[in-house]
Design a protein around this ligand. Sequence first.
Ligand code: ADP
Ligand code: MG
Length: 446
Amino acid sequence: MLVKDAQEIWGEFVGLLQKKCSLAEFQNWIAPIHFVESNDSDIVLEVPNVFVQDYLLSNYRHELVSYFPLNNKGEPSIRFVIKEPRRDETVSEPVFIEEKKEIDSKYEIKLNLGYTFGHFIEGPSNQFVKSAALGVALRPGKSYNPLFIHGGVGLGKTHLLHSIGHYCKEQHKKVKVQCITTEQFINDLVDSLRNKTVDQMKKFYRNLDILLVDDIQFLQNRLNFEEEFCNTFEALINQNKQIVITSDKPPSALKLSERLIARMEWGLVANIGIPDLETRVAILQYKAERKGLKIPQKVAFFIAEHIFNNVRQLEGAINRLSAYCGLIQTEITQEIVETTLSELFQYVPQKKVTVESILKSVSSMFNVRVQDLRGSNRKKEVAFPRQVAMYLAKELINESLMKLASSFGGKTHSTLLHSWNKIKKQLETDETLRRQIQMTKQNLES
Ligand code: ADP
Ligand code: MG
């Protein structure tokens, strides 16, 4: 295999995946993989960790097989190398100092009891972050440092942060862990300035083995506090003490000093995305069960379809249902859900879906032009997305087949029905297509 050829093929392969997966999936799992070299027998790819390697092999095996030469076992001939940590200073083993005296109760770690790894439901949107968090909890200071977790509200950032805290407290008993919100850090600092105990505070934070900081976005526009935080951060990281930070934005989008942003980008920056429908249903069922609530699967899907961008709201829905059904001792049905949760559903933007909006969404998902989707070109690159658009139109728009078909540049209703059948069948086995369709739907709703 010529080096240039292999590299080009890798480039094409990455291009293909970029079209196939969501932005979050691509950034978390694919973008960190780098082509290193190729020789007669295999190509060498660099991955940040073994999770990324497993992810690629288990989710895109089929594509890998069609792009790359195979070895004698019929597997793609790829050799993976794990990326060395970016900082080239010699990384010494972190030393965990045994606690000598009782920690001032002010500094006692407070963790939400329910926020443990065991209670965290995994799905494609959060698998990567969960693995990274677990990696940090297993080997604090030795895997990714700092670990920076970012994502929207109510998606489980605090849950994972506390999970690391719980795990470390239980498994590494001698380790000094603190988990604080950024506001708490600021308040501590204000208090200690007032009480002239800043040195004590500094000593406390700088003696930690693991510092877990929630919601760093609140440090924006707090210049003096930022400086103190940055000093603490550096003091810890220079001793290879573990830091984990959560934020609603990636480091580069935060209005913080370049110095701090660069520090936060040193380790692993991981995005936690919106859970897909199946994961939302799994979370819903898990939480309902813990409350002793039985939700029929169909109703669970109905709720999860209407509350889709925030897990906290899903919990709110369960609390309401539990209160309501406890009061009147009844089974949960779709009607009850509609009555008790209608307010929560109101916040869901209910845009009217039209053939036009479907075409736009499909066009950007599959990278084809709207006019081609309406046209009659039968090349697979165009015909397939067209069939997807027809499928979605029949699924989402309450109109006659004839009317829908005519909006596709005057097709017949049997063409539309044929496309719908074909895609429906393919969806039973094609995970990638399922994900693409889900993304397209989400796009329509946003
Ligand atoms: P964030 O900090 O990102 O705003 P939280 O961690 O506070 O979100 O999560 C909001 C609620 O949703 C919490 O009660 C948390 O337990 C729950 N939650 C979020 N993601 C998951 C998940 N994947 N599995 C189980 N519960 C989750
Ligand atoms: Mg939070």
